[in-house]
Design a protein around this ligand. Structure first.
Ligand SMILES: Nc1nc2c(c(=O)[nH]1)N[C@H]1C(S)=C(S)[C@@H](COP(=O)(O)OP(=O)(O)OC[C@H]3O[C@@H](n4cnc5c(=O)[nH]c(N)nc54)[C@H](O)[C@@H]3O)O[C@H]1N2
Ligand SMILES: Nc1nc2c(c(=O)[nH]1)N[C@H]1C(S)=C(S)[C@@H](COP(=O)(O)OP(=O)(O)OC[C@H]3O[C@@H](n4cnc5c(=O)[nH]c(N)nc54)[C@H](O)[C@@H]3O)O[C@H]1N2
Ligand code: SF4
Ligand SMILES: [Mo]
Length: 765
């Protein structure tokens, strides 16, 4: 058995372009357990990132004791990465799992039974509904629940209570992916698929550290770059990541825009395409709108001007543009270096623009992956517990509201749609100001993961807001709650979820949850029962009890919309592989027709600089009729430029060995040991100037706070500091320093652009 901590991507299986990705089955069982001792293998898929690798859970004596990749699954062909192998099940038996509800009495959280906990929740909820109405209620959920749970929560919020204040941590994660897809094509939905890796001749990775954050997908890329006729890689990331190194090895380019300048770089690339005529004029004329306006905007971004703004050498820009402009099949992936950065939606849309300009969409190898991060982020976006409406429906279109009202048998006026649904950062502001007095947080740990931690802690601790937290563990967030509800996790409940290339998996319950923990679905249903939500005819609003019934309700809700699940069923999903929506389609838009028609689209669009919404009338006047939009924007200065006081750029992200706030990976010994504590990365030049050596304790300060951690020297360019965000603790968590600002269109917070200063901490008390 290989050690996947040191050998992260496992043994390569290189192969030629256009041939099938070979199978390699990875397996891990707990120490002392052999294969013949396993009682059952229960089919599922990994939930430690959006890749959604198909796997089976090993069960022995009613406990989860390991995992095995599924050879027949289209996503991973048997492979699992370090997190999947070591982090999938270890947490489930942790002695500190929440096993009973807790309630705050006399300032202290104390254990209680379900009737007492739910009784308190319902009492506060009913009182606030009576006294202040639905706007007193906020819900902050996740990208890690199951489809059935999101849909149930969405119906409770929209048709039971009637509150627009519901969002997910997907806002911090993939809101920009959704926004960019909506702005360019009219609706959310991943155009490409992972099979494009086998077909492409070029891969562009924008702000995406694929090697560390979707390790199995990176194995898939390596199997091409190390095989015959390898693709050329271009990496856009200020840090010298493994992706950057592989890009250079393939003869590609590593573009290192200064933090917060992605858009200027993208405009420069688009300008080069125009200048050299690397445009599919006929396709652009037939399938897009806005090419002249786009050209006018990007015209000012000459290689020299881009060099000035981004610090990227003009020749590097030219080379990268030539690679894109002369390739036949480019696959692009985009993630947090773009989504959590300055002008996020505009930069992500600029990636779509490059593909549209070359007509590179909807055919094998020419794919766009506006990536997801969390395993079930896609489902929250589809089901509408995240600031969207179920089925990618348009909140601004009365006909779409009418469809939902009929589906749920409620008055259309009950469904909030007078403005766009409230985004997570705004929900926190309402809680801060006191207008939200009831905040229900499920499967997310905002005390560590939201920006400007001190502010978030203050909001959650404030007595004016009653906070419910539903989790597996007593997290930093749960400790601030008024009621804590113990949830069943992955493997302890049944449900479905959809990965970043639209592949849907069914994950079957393998074991019972510990103690009195309940599935999130059962908890939401219990709340709906106790609140006695009714439809227009006086029947119970929620008409399902089991995960499968919830899935079937969702099939009906999604029918006829872009994310159509009506052809799927639990039965079909019990096959060896997950299945893509809609109807197994590998790629969307193969006919060059986009979901942009005014009556069908998910949004009428926005101005990418200001976020101002386009109206239905304006949209109609453009007559999109299935054409895609080319949209541009000028680079604007970042929210917090460097200054004499804070001279360094501050950016944050991940390491391969930990998942988020480590509630799972921190409880898996091999992963915990591999990355046990916080650090910050500095460039060699800055370290020398500041008299800092590798391992020295340094203090990093921003206008919002400070942290202390040992220094690592390398990876980042001069002038930049990088911090992983996994480690909680007020003296070390990365978000002590980040800012309460967000992208004007996607409303995704900017975790990757702030200013800071650094000094050696040792000896200063
Ligand atoms: N090991 C591991 N894997 C994970 C996760 C995890 O926590 N751990 N989380 C999952 C989730 S939810 C997500 S969203 C994904 C995230 O996956 P990624 O987006 O790949 O991860 P990050 O490290 O947040 O950011 C990616 C890169 O952005 C770069 N970057 C920073 N600032 C800028 C900038 O201004 N411009 C550009 N171009 N790049 C910049 C950073 O140097 C970093 O290498 O990972 C998923 N997979
Ligand atoms: N500075 C900085 N901050 C960031 C980022 C960054 O790059 N930099 N990235 C952002 C991104 S992309 C993301 S996705 C977020 C992630 O941030 P969080 O969502 O806060 O991350 P997790 O630690 O995964 O929190 C999930 C919680 O859900 C619990 N949980 C897991 N499964 C279940 C379940 O089935 N039911 C219930 N009820 N609970 C469950 C876990 O125990 C855990 O406490 O962080 C964001 N914050
Ligand atoms: S790549 Fe993602 S889904 Fe696959 S095993 Fe690793 S963490 Fe799990
Ligand atoms: Mo994420």
């Amino acid at each position: 058995m290989t050690d996947r901590i040191t050998d992260i991507w496992g043994t390569g299986t290189p192969h030629a372009r256009g041939t099938a990705w070979p199978v390699r089955v990875d397996q891990h069982l707990d120490e002392g357990i052999t294969e013949d001792q396993v009682d059952r293998w229960v089919p599922s898929a990994c939930v430690l990132c959006s890749n959604g690798c198909g796997c089976d859970i090993a069960v022995k004596d009613g406990r989860m004791v390991g995992v095995r990749g599924r050879a027949g699954d289209a996503v991973n062909h048997g492979r699992l990465g370090p997190k999947g192998l070591y982090g999938s099940t270890a947490w489930s038996r942790s002695a500190d799992r929440l096993t009973r509800p807790m309630i705050r009495e006399g300032g202290e959280l104390t254990e209680c039974d379900w009737p007492a906990a739910m009784g308190r929740v319902v009492e506060v909820s009913r009182r606030l509904m009576r006294e202040k109405g639905p706007l007193s209620h906020g819900f902050y959920t996740s990208g890690q629940l199951f489809l059935e749970e999101y849909y149930t929560l969405a119906v409770i919020g929209k048709a039971g209570l009637g509150t627009p204040h519901m969002d997910g941590n997907t806002r911090l994660c993939t809101a920009t992916a959704a926004a960019a897809l909506k702005e360019s094509f009219g609706a959310d939905g991943q155009p490409g698929c992972y099979a494009d890796i086998e077909q492409c001749d070029t891969i562009f990775l924008y702000g995406h550290n694929l090697a560390e954050t979707q390790t199995v997908l990176w194995s898939r890329v390596l199997d091409r770059t190390r095989g015959p006729h390898p693709p050329v890689l271009v990496c856009v990331d200020p840090r010298r990541t493994r992706v950057a190194e592989e890009a250079l090895r393939t003869g590609g380019v590593h573009l290192t825009p200064r933090v917060g300048t992605n858009l200027a770089l993208m405009n420069g690339l688009a300008r080069e395409l125009f200048e050299h005529g690397w445009i599919d004029e006929k396709w652009v004329a037939g399938h897009t709108l806005g090419v002249d306006e786009l050209r006018a905007i990007v015209d000012a971004y000459t290689p020299d001007r881009v060099a000035e703004i981004c610090g990227v050498a003009p020749d590097d820009l030219r080379r990268a543009a030539r690679i894109f402009g002369t390739a036949e099949r480019v696959l692009s992936t985009v993630l947090q270096g773009f989504y959590q950065s300055h002008q996020a939606t505009a930069a992500a849309v600029a990636v779509n623009n490059l593909h549209l300009l070359r007509g590179m969409i909807g055919r094998p190898g020419a794919g766009i992956l506006q990536m997801n991060g969390q395993p079930t982020a896609q489902n929250n976006r589809e089901c509408g517990a995240d600031g969207d409406l179920p089925g990618f429906r348009n909140w601004d279109d009365e006909r779409h509201i009418q469809q939902l009202a009929e589906l749920w048998n409620v008055d259309p006026l009950k469904i909030p749609h007078w403005a766009d649904p409230t985004h997570a950062m705004q929900i926190m502001s309402y809680a801060e100001e006191g207008s939200i007095g009831f905040l229900w947080i499920s499967a997310t740990n905002p005390a560590v993961s939201m920006p400007e931690s001190a502010r978030i802690r203050r909001i959650l601790a404030d007595d004016r807001c009653f906070v419910v937290v539903q989790d597996l563990f007593l997290t930093e967030t749960a400790r601030l709650a008024d009621v804590v509800l113990p949830a069943a996790g992955w493997g302890e409940k049944t449900g479905t979820f959809t990965n970043a290339d639209r592949t849907v998996h069914l994950s079957e319950k393998a074991v019972d949850p510990p103690g009195e923990a309940r599935s999130d679905l059962d908890i939401f249903l219990a709340y709906a029962d106790a609140m006695d939500f009714r439809d227009r005819d006086g029947a119970p609003l929620i008409k399902w009890r089991t995960p499968e019934e919830a899935f079937d309700a969702w099939r009906a809700a999604s029918k006829g919309r872009p994310c159509d699940y009506s052809g799927l069923s639990y039965e079909k999903l019990r096959g060896p592989t997950g299945i893509r929506w809609p109807n197994g389609a590998e790629r969307l838009y193969t006919d060059g027709v986009f979901p942009s028609a005014t009556e069908y689209c998910e949004t009428y669009g926005h101005d990418l600089v200001t976020g101002a919404t386009v109206t239905q009338l304006e949209h109609k006047a453009l007559r999109p009729d299935g054409r895609a939009f080319l949209k541009g924007a000028d680079q604007t200065p970042p929210h917090e430029p460097v200054s004499d006081e804070y001279p360094l750029l501050y950016t944050t992200g991940r390491t391969v060995y930990q998942f988020h706030t480590r509630t799972k990976t921190g409880r898996a010994e091999p992963l915990r040991r591999a990355a046990p504590g916080m650090w910050v990365e500095l460039s060699a030049a800055d370290a020398e100037r500041l008299g800092i050596a590798q391992g020295d304790l340094v203090r990093v300060e921003s206008p919002r706070g400070w942290i202390e951690a040992p220094a690592r020297i390398g990876q980042v360019p001069p002038g930049t500091v990088f911090a992983p965000f996994h480690y909680g603790g007020a003296d070390r968590q990365a978000n002590e320093l980040t800012m309460t600002v967000w992208d004007p269109v996607s409303k995704q917070p900017c975790f990757k652009t702030a200013a800071c200063r650094v000094r050696k901490a040792g000896g200063r008390g």
